[in-house]
Design a protein around this ligand. Structure first.
Ligand code: MN
Length: 258
């Protein structure tokens, strides 16, 4: 079994080290990861700059690009054969609810799905990021990797896995929750007297709804959310169709039955 591992915290991050040593029990692991932290770059793909890939260890590449670049380049350029699985993480920090669309960790798993390779993202929800927490998260990733390899995933589907700090109580199948963002932008002056802004300074909260990723992780469980790439809101069709007769229903605007 050939596993491609990437992340968005950079090739040196403790999360990827823990993940790799765990997954090496399952097969050959090749790391293709950003050469520096690229958190919150989402689905960014580098189209207007060359990418450099440097060997920094056995089966380990550092790439001057984004997590999405790494998966794309790994599958199409660096790996000798197509991987059986792509795992992205272990991210330093949870990736749940609305945060998913910012996440480079989740985006990398998404890229693998687009390329037809089963994948999942794994993130650690912690404030201290102790070594033991990464070890628990790595064990969880090993378990999920085995399950995915054993059972496969539906086409267009990947998994978003979030692990609480400490020893998890178990696994929970969840849906994507909702963040409550407190909008707070810091506006100040730099030492040269120029004005600057810093976003993301607000307290992050979440709606504590049963069945969501946030709810499970807050109670010490691993959350496992199946995601897909189709962002279509099928429930909105009826409403939008009423705007004007020009918006004719097409046969394909019904939710696909898998
Ligand atoms: Mn990150």
């Amino acid at each position: 079994m050939l596993i491609l591992v990437t992340n968005d915290d950079g090739v040196q991050s403790p999360g990827i080290t823990a993940l790799v040593s765990q997954l090496r029990q399952l097969g050959r692991v090749v790391v293709v990861a950003p050469d520096r932290e690229r958190s919150a770059v989402g689905r960014a793909l580098t189209l207007h700059l060359p990418l450099r890939a440097e060997v920094v260890g056995p089966d380990c590449w550092a790439v001057s690009g984004t997590p999405t670049d790494c998966v794309n380049l790994g599958i199409q350029g660096l790996l000798e054969s197509r991987p059986d699985l792509v795992v992205s993480g272990i991210n330093k920090g949870a990736n749940m609810g609305d945060d998913l669309t910012y996440s480079g960790t989740v985006a990398a798993a998404m890229e693998a799905t687009l390329m037809g390779v089963p994948s999942f993202a794994v993130s650690l929800s912690s404030s201290t990021f102790a070594e033991a927490d990464f070890a628990h998260a790595a064990q969880t990733a090993g378990t999920v990797a085995r399950l995915v390899m054993q059972h496969g995933l539906l086409a267009d589907t990947f998994l978003n896995v979030n692990v609480p700090a400490g020893k998890p109580h178990g696994l929970r199948l969840t849906r994507q929750g909702k963040r409550t963002y407190q909008e707070a932008v810091v506006h100040s002056q730099d030492p040269r007297g120029r004005s600057y802004f810093w976003i993301g300074a607000g307290e992050l909260g979440f709606q504590d709804l049963e069945g969501t990723d946030f709810h499970a992780v807050a109670r010490g469980y691993v959350s496992l959310t199946p995601l897909h790439l189709d962002l279509t809101n099928y429930a909105a069709f009826d409403r939008v169709r009423q705007w004007t007769p020009e918006l004719v229903q097409t046969a394909s605007d019904e939710e696909p039955h898998l």
